[in-house]
Design a protein around this ligand. Sequence first.
Ligand SMILES: [Zn+2]
Ligand SMILES: [Zn+2]
Length: 91
Amino acid sequence: MTPQELNASPCPCRWCGGTGINNTIHLRHPGGACRACRGAGTLLVWRPPRPCPFCGGTGVDPVPNAAFRSIPCRNCSGTGWIDYLLTTADE
Ligand SMILES: [Zn+2]
Ligand SMILES: [Zn+2]
C-alpha cells in the first residue's frame, strides 16, 4: 500500500533529523542506525501529523538523564511524532 492509501504522510524522524543515523549531539549514543526509526530516517505518520506533546516534537525526552544526558522521548521513542508507522517494520 502507498502512504496515501494508508492516510499517512512521510515525516522526518526527529531523533536523527531524517538522516537515519544516530544524532551525534546525543552524546554516548554510538553512531550507526538511528534507534528511533531503525535507520529509515522517515516515518509514516497518520494524517494529520501530530508532534509528540511530551517532547514538543523534538524526540528528546524532556527529563534529563544523568547518565546519557539526552535520551529518546519515552512517549514517542524519539521519533517526535505520535501515531506513526516505522517504514522498516516489515523488513
Ligand atoms: Zn531516526
Ligand atoms: Zn516525544
